[in-house]
Structures are given as C-alpha cells and as structure tokens.
Design a protein around this ligand. Structure first.
Ligand SMILES: [Zn+2]
Length: 154
C-alpha cells in the first residue's frame, strides 16, 4: 500500500457490520479515509488492550465479539495487507506461535481460527486488513447456539 492511495478507498465494508456502535465507529473510519487496523490508526478506533505484540502481529480482544463466544481474539497483521500473497511467510510461523500461546494462556479446550482475505464481497470481512480470528465458543451459555463464521456477502 503506497502513500498515493486515494482517500476514497474503502478500508471497511459497512454491509458486514453487526452492531450499531460498530456502524458508528465505521462511519468515522470512512469519513477519516484511513485503515482502522494499520498501527497508526488502531489506537484511535480500537479500545481494547494489546495482549501481546510480536514482530508481525498484535494480539487483542475483538471489540465486537461474535455472539456465544467465551473468547474472541484478533491477531492483526502489523503491516497493511489485504491478500494472503502479501503476508510474509515468516508471519505464518509467528501467528501459530501466538495463537498456541493464547490456547495455553487461556486454557482453551478447543475452538476455531479463521482468516478472511481479499474482496470483502467474497470474504464478508468488515475491515479489509489481514487479521486472524481466534474463537472459543461459550458452551456453558444457557441459550448457546453454535458460533457461525460467515464467508461471502449474502
Ligand atoms: Zn491497514
């Protein structure tokens, strides 16, 4: 991503937002014309603590965790990338190390990890900046329903 990127480029996809306050933050992001997950901007929009920081990733709670999750973390790539082919291969190694750390740290018996990429019509991503999701379902929730991960707008 070069500095000549026009401000009209959309880094977020409002259609894929799930919560009202999330939509409000996204309106601001669109008005500002900045990528909300790029490090310089992250602090402005993301009000969660940074749990761990590596060379390539930042581990932090999802600001808007999916329903029926006990733990929902995001590993956000520190450098802007939208396609898998833009991720340095060494970052894959660090990602696995980071999520394995989380598995141990939070004594997670099981869950899922997922990464959306590219065109948000296809990915159903909200923020078009590579991030991995680490999801642990809240099986003990009285009204528990399985956590579903949407891929593709529809
Ligand atoms: Zn970015």
């Amino acid at each position: 991503m070069s500095d000549s990127t026009p401000n009209t480029k959309l880094f977020v996809d409002m259609d894929n937002a799930r919560e009202d306050d999330q939509r409000q933050v996204m309106q601001q992001i669109i008005a500002d014309g900045q990528c909300p997950f790029c490090l310089d901007n992250l602090r402005k929009y993301h009000k969660q603590q940074i749990i761990k920081e590596g060379q390539y990733w930042i581990l932090t709670p999802n600001q808007w965790p999916y329903e029926f999750t006990k733990l929902h973390l995001l590993a956000i790539l520190k450098k802007h990338a939208e396609k898998l082919s833009e991720i340095p291969p060494e970052a894959g190694k660090e990602l696995f190390e980071l999520l394995a750390w989380a598995e141990k740290e939070y004594q997670v018996p099981g869950g899922g990890m997922a990464i959306r990429f590219g065109d948000t019509n296809y990915s159903a991503g909200t923020v078009n900046h590579i991030h991995a999701q680490f999801i642990v379902p809240a099986l003990d929730h009285p009204n528990f329903k399985p956590v579903r991960f949407k891929i593709g707008k529809g």
